[in-house]
Design a protein around this ligand. Structure first.
Ligand code: NI
Length: 224
């Protein structure tokens, strides 16, 4: 399931992020890659030592973790601190699946979902699409600045070569309280149905029934 999380960051927040990223120190992305990914990873990432990471995380993650679409689609249990990646002309990230278990000792988590937040405008660069293999074929994702995509960490994916300009993204991973992707997908459909009912039939018996069933299914399938 690929889900767009719209407007994680608004125009004002994006300009603060852009300003911070201009001042940041980027290092070779291979430094943070696992052995397999090193072969195919050609990008740059904000240095883990950079002091700008804290204000960036406060803004980007602060907004993401409150977003209703993110909460409903991911049912997050643990989310990692993101990487800020820059792809200049000629850079790409070849096909890979993300590491299954991540995080430092004591803070390990299973990666169920991956998230890419697009930090600059799609017409700032050519190429640079996130290409995700799904059961409906390869999907091409290049979103508006401030939007994010949520996709299964188990899917094979890549970033197409940037042929002009610069692609700026924040990338992160999360462990869901509902491990099974098909269950998350079903819960997300029910969530959407409940939202529609709350809007169109507030106070109705059907709304109450769907809402209670949704809540109790989340309870049934959640491991925390
Ligand atoms: Ni990846």
């Amino acid at each position: 399931m690929l889900i767009t999380i719209p407007e994680v960051l608004n125009a004002e927040e994006l300009s603060v992020v852009a300003d911070l990223l201009t001042k940041a120190t980027f290092v070779d992305g291979k430094l943070s890659a696992g052995q397999e990914a090193t072969r195919v990873k050609h990008n740059e990432e904000l240095s883990g030592q950079d002091q700008l990471i804290t204000p960036l995380n406060n803004l980007v993650m602060g907004k993401l973790v409150q977003h209703p679409t993110y909460l409903a689609a991911a049912l997050p249990l643990k989310i990692a601190a993101p990487y800020y990646a820059r792809y200049s002309k000629g850079m790409s990230y070849g096909n890979h699946v993300d590491d299954p278990v991540m995080g430092p000792p004591g803070q390990r988590y299973r990666s169920d979902c991956s998230i890419t937040v697009f930090l600059n405008r799609p017409d700032d660069y050519d190429g640079g699409e996130l290409m995700i293999q799904t059961s409906f074929g390869e999907q091409k994702v290049k979103l508006k600045a401030g939007d994010a995509v949520l996709y299964p960490s188990s899917s094979t994916h890549r970033v197409a070569e940037v042929t002009r300009g610069e692609r700026l993204v924040a990338v992160t991973w999360l462990q869901s309280s509902v491990r099974e992707p098909s269950q998350r997908e079903l819960l997300y459909s029910m969530y959407q149905a409940r939202e529609l009912l709350l809007r169109n039939a507030k106070g109705g018996t059907e709304t109450e029934l769907v809402s209670n069933a949704y809540v109790n299914l989340v309870r049934m399938w959640s491991d925390v």
